[in-house]
Write a protein that binds this ligand. Structure first.
Ligand SMILES: CC(C)(COP(=O)(O)OP(=O)(O)OC[C@H]1O[C@@H](n2cnc3c(N)ncnc32)[C@H](O)[C@@H]1OP(=O)(O)O)[C@@H](O)C(=O)NCCC(=O)NCCS
Length: 344
């Protein structure tokens, strides 16, 4: 059945229902997941003409994000009983990321998304996020209008790229260091607790070099704590050259059968294409070792050298979305930075 937008949210007298915005509670989690999947499923069905079997191909967003940032996760609830919309937000240091935002189709155009976005905005302000970001569908007039109301401007495209891995012979297992020249790869999960703390400080030094105030520690820790995947450290001796946070399929943001990189950065002071190539190659080894058929790498196209490198490594664009942004710094990206970051 094709999705339609109507006013089923109105009561029999034609009055607007009483919808309240509140923070997500533990008991809401599976309902919120359903609301996201239904709303995005309807949207994609309207766009594509056919309904995808799963809106996110098995990727999940709600449970771990709520554990990571409970104060940034909101629902819209009708009459204190029915969840009709949700918005998740997280801060990466001074960067506030909004999304996904979703409202059940029958409740569209009743300002519910705007109320959810206002709650997320307040959360960003309370947490002193100076730059706010999201990604959205560049072909949708409604989405552009909605973000425009909140002061977001469209920036460049984000390309979600992937490469199918050939089934080959077994590769050496990590965490045994994969020696590539003088570089080694280690897993964050294998470090002692005190070393983990030191690693987080080293990651921060890199992200702060990419964008002042950017901090990914929460993402690294939730991936480690819930075993959603792991974080790879690319090192030369005692020096950290780069790191990559990845999710493996299960209850993470990785779609079924794919290893997915949420964030990757090469230290801007050691910006060499070979470093990105070697980290990507280590990620592919890992995916093969786990019997996964595909690696998914998101890249913001302002990072043109990173995009070009992925093309050279055989990655193809699966789809693109547009980055929406407000606040300062407006344009911090250096096109030569070797960064892969997903704001979904
Ligand atoms: C995007 C989404 C969250 C919006 O939810 P919503 O509750 O309908 O949004 P709101 O009612 O708060 O605001 C929509 C605004 O866009 C306006 N609008 C709708 N269609 C429009 C169009 N074609 N052109 C311009 N503006 C449009 C509405 O009039 C409204 O503004 P108004 O209140 O000033 O009249 C909802 O459509 C949804 O869940 N979509 C599927 C999931 C999705 O795409 N999520 C966002 C991913 S970034």
């Amino acid at each position: 059945m094709r999705a339609t937008v109507d006013r089923a949210g109105l009561d029999p007298q034609g009055r607007l229902p009483k919808v309240q915005i509140r923070r997500i509670r533990k008991g809401d989690l599976s309902k919120v997941k359903d609301v996201l999947e239904q709303s995005f499923g309807d949207f994609l069905e309207r766009q594509l003409g056919t309904r995808p079997r799963q809106a996110f191909n098995g990727a999940q967003y709600v449970h771990h994000r709520w554990l990571m940032e409970p104060w940034g996760c909101f629902v819209a609830e009708e009459d204190g009983s029915k969840i009709v919309g949700a918005a998740l937000a997280v801060t990466w240091g001074t960067l506030g990321l909004l999304g996904p935002v979703a409202v059940l189709t029958h409740y569209h155009n009743q300002t519910i998304a705007q109320q959810l976005m206002r709650a997320a905005q307040d959360f960003f302000e309370e947490n002193k996020a100076t730059l706010h970001g999201a990604v959205t569908y560049p072909t949708s007039a409604k989405h552009l209008a909605l973000y425009h109301k909140f002061g977001y401007k469209p920036k460049s495209l984000t390309a979600v790229m992937s490469r199918a891995l050939e089934r080959g012979t077994a590769r050496p297992a990590l965490p045994k260091p994969v020696v590539k020249g003088a570089l080694t790869v280690r897993r964050f999960s294998g470090l002692e607790e005190t070393k983990k703390k030191a690693a987080l400080t080293r990651f921060h030094r890199i992200t702060n070099g990419v964008c002042r105030g950017l901090e990914l520690a929460k993402e690294v820790e939730i991936v480690d704590g819930l075993a959603l995947g792991d974080t790879l450290l690319l090192e030369r001796g005692a020096e950290l050259v780069g790191f990559a946070i990845y999710h493996a399929p299960g209850v993470s943001e990785a779609p079924t059968g794919s290893l997915y990189v949420k964030y990757l950065a090469i230290d801007p002071r050691q910006r060499k294409v070979e470093h990105l190539e070697q980290l990507v190659s280590a990620i592919e080894d890992l995916a093969q070792e786990q019997g996964l058929a595909r690696v998914i790498l998101p890249v913001y196209l302002r990072y043109w050298l990173a995009y070009s490198t992925l093309v050279k490594c055989g990655y193809q664009v699966d789809f693109t979305m547009v980055r929406m942004q407000k606040g300062k710094p407006e344009d911090y990206e250096d096109p030569a930075d070797l960064v892969l970051d997903d704001w979904r």
